[in-house]
Design a protein around this ligand. Structure first.
Ligand SMILES: C[S@@+](CC[C@H](N)C(=O)[O-])C[C@H]1O[C@@H](n2cnc3c(N)ncnc32)[C@H](O)[C@@H]1O
Length: 283
């Protein structure tokens, strides 16, 4: 790709069609693991597993992963000998999850659906939402109902957990949407370039929203000058941590613990900036 071609792609971006399909991972499902998924799971899985086990006070037996994507996280849960179920709205990422568990010969029940409307089958001692799933839940429905959607998810999770069960999730904070996404973020790997940049921040009371186009170029073959382009647009919603905690308590959870990525991560990965990890237990 020449500099002129790269400039023209960036100038025309985001295209109107991309803006219409907000929070759809299908267009980048082929590249998701390589560009971001594997790094994120490797950086956070040990911390998440240990934190959950501490709160649970025993080894988990049945685990529901909401927004399981390509199955990177839920496959590790199943490989640890836990009965695992994953739900996701993206057929593209789910088909990768199916292939992953088949190739690794682990058992995970994978369900396609919007977690707002899909029934959570059975009872669990752990429910997770990893890698800012919750920030994105609102946009598949009406954007003005974000808080109600979060409250509905928390209520459904509470009902699906047995006594002493644990909910764990991480979210991009208000600060990340306000400050980090005011400038482009770039990941550069061998034969791969990822960049995303926030469109102007929107506010409503203490809520913030930001649409963030993602653009990925992947070299077609080693040594080739041709790149394949992948793109999508995500929109994130965030509210202050105290309000997230109040919501959890109002549906019945005990006061949650909140940890920063800086406390846990052994990497300075760009996606771990201003990310908070919530763990809440059902009495
Ligand atoms: C950043 S990806 C994280 C995927 C996975 N948890 C991981 O750690 O690799 C966000 C995921 O949330 C899913 N998602 C967003 N809103 C959803 C909803 N309402 N119902 C089900 N899945 C949803 C997307 O399809 C996508 O797979």
């Amino acid at each position: 790709m020449t500099k002129a071609q790269a400039c023209s792609v960036l100038c025309e971006w985001p295209a109107a069609d991309d803006i219409k399909t907000i929070n759809c991972y299908d267009p980048i499902s082929e590249i998701f693991d390589e560009v971001m998924g594997i790094d994120f799971v490797n950086a956070t899985y040990p911390f998440k597993r240990d934190t959950i086990q501490q709160h649970l006070g025993r080894a988990p037996r049945k685990w529901l992963d909401l927004g399981c994507g390509s199955g990177l996280f839920v496959q590790r849960v199943a490989s640890d000998g836990v009965h695992a179920v994953g739900i996701d709205a993206s057929p593209g990422l789910l088909s990768r999850a199916r292939k992953r568990v088949r190739d690794l010969a682990v058992t995970v029940d994978l369900i396609e659906g919007d977690m707002l409307s899909t029934e959570f089958p059975g009872q669990y001692d752990v429910v997770t939402m990893n890698f800012d799933v919750l920030n994105q839940v609102h946009s598949l429905q009406n954007r003005s109902h974000c808080r109600e959607h979060w409250a509905r998810i928390f209520g459904k999770v509470f009902a699906a957990l047995g006594s002493g069960g644990v909910l764990h999730f991480d979210i991009n904070t208000v600060r990340r949407l306000e400050h980090d996404w005011a400038t482009p973020e770039v990941i550069s790997k061998r034969d791969l370039l990822y960049l995303h940049f926030g469109l102007p921040l929107e506010r409503s009371g203490t809520s913030v929203y930001r649409k963030t186009p993602m653009l990925i170029f992947k070299r077609k073959a080693r040594g080739s000058e041709c790149f394949r382009r992948f793109s999508t647009v995500v929109e994130h919603f965030a509210i202050p941590n105290e309000e997230v905690c109040e919501m959890l308590v109002s549906v019945g959870f005990l006061a949650p613990t909140v940890r920063e990525a800086a406390d846990i991560a052994n990497t300075a990965h760009v996606f771990l900036r201003n990310r908070e990890f919530f763990t809440a237990r059902r009495p």
